[in-house]
Design a protein around this ligand. Structure first.
Ligand code: HEM
Length: 307
């Protein structure tokens, strides 16, 4: 079904268009849903509370350095699948569309409804992105690293690895985490706890594997860190035992994630903030919806930030 123009402000109409383009029979497991979720997460997860830049506002991944950041490899597929919707509906910003695609994909694949608000603004070009954003590289978590790299809310969010797969030509890692990777569930947590994960013998990066129902599944070192770390493991156990709790916590954490750095005014419009920290804006006065992101400052500058 071709993408259609919907009335300005009709975000439910846009959700229907997103559902249409999620169906991609020739791509991965037949759905663009997982890569939409990853797009929303990477667009948002590079927010830094310390420098107060990054985050979903602006849709910076359309321009270097984010567009060429190896951490974002493969996300151009998600951006391209969504371009026809934006072309037919130029009233919606890419930044709103990417985050709406993430929450729509989660819900459509059987996950919880996630609160979402419009109002994000796009950078007009690479120069505007650089002026407002500064350097936002090295902030997203690294799959090859362990628990000190990860914070507690990430446990719920990592449940998104029930969706999609790793691609050898993108991250270097290979394979899905669960048998049915287009269904949102707490399977990832269950499998983490119940299977014997052994190092895969291959010439790729270090990862774990287990064969389940004839399918070779994988875990990243950062996934295994969730059960190896004494503070994080109880959350894995809770989410494995209680899918409703997982859905509730995931919904809250993801809603918070996609709001990072989106400072709306009274009209709901989120203007583009220029490197606020450098302009002397006191950091403790900076509005951060929900109090900050578990990954804020996962990169070098923000790692010491106290949230
Ligand atoms: C410790 C934090 C995390 C690390 C190290 C990590 C790492 C990775 C890696 C290496 C891939 C494979 C990329 C590829 O080869 O295509 C991946 C895929 C994915 N990640 Fe994560 N991730 C993390 C957290 C998250 C979070 C918080 C979410 C969402 C809430 C998420 C959602 C996804 C999804 C849906 C995919 C599959 C994408 C696809 O099928 O194309 N991840 N992640």
């Amino acid at each position: 079904m071709p993408v259609q123009t919907v009335k300005e402000g009709d975000y439910d109409g846009i959700r229907e268009e997103i559902k249409k383009v999620m169906k991609q029979p020739g791509y991965d497991d037949g759905s663009a849903g997982p890569v939409f979720v990853r797009l929303a997460w990477h667009a948002s997860g590079n927010f830094s509370l310390v420098e107060h830049n990054g985050g979903s506002n602006g849709a910076g991944m359309r321009f270097p350095p984010e567009s060429v950041d190896p951490a974002n490899a493969g996300l151009h597929h998600a951006i391209s699948f969504l371009i026809p919707i934006q072309a037919a509906n130029p009233w919606i910003s890419h930044a709103d569309l990417w985050t709406l695609a993430g929450v729509t994909a989660i819900e459509t694949m059987g996950g919880p409804r996630i609160p979402w608000q419009p109002g994000r603004t796009d950078y007009t070009g690479a120069a505007a992105a650089e002026e407002h954003r500064g350097q936002v590289g090295d902030r997203l978590p690294d799959g090859a690293k362990g628990a000190d790299h990860i914070r507690d809310e990430i446990v719920a969010l990592s449940g998104a690895h029930a969706l999609g797969r790793c691609h050898a030509d993108r991250s270097g890692f290979d394979g899905p985490w669960v048998v049915n990777p287009t269904r949102f569930s707490n399977q990832y947590f269950k499998l983490l706890l119940t299977r014997k994960w052994t190092p895969r013998k291959w010439d790729g990066p270090f990862q774990y594997e287990a064969v389940v129902a004839g399918t070779r599944l994988m875990m990243l070192p950062s996934d295994m860190a969730l059960i190896e770390d004494a503070k994080l493991r109880p959350w894995v156990e809770k989410y494995a035992a209680d899918q409703d709790l997982f859905f509730k916590d995931f919904s809250l954490a993801f809603a918070k994630l996609i709001e990072l750095g989106v400072d709306r005014d009274d009209t709901g419009f989120a203007r583009l903030v220029k490197k606020a920290a450098q302009e002397g804006k006191p950091l403790d006065k900076v509005l951060v919806v929900g109090g900050g992101c578990p990954f804020a400052g996962a990169g070098s500058k923000g790692r010491e930030a106290k949230l």
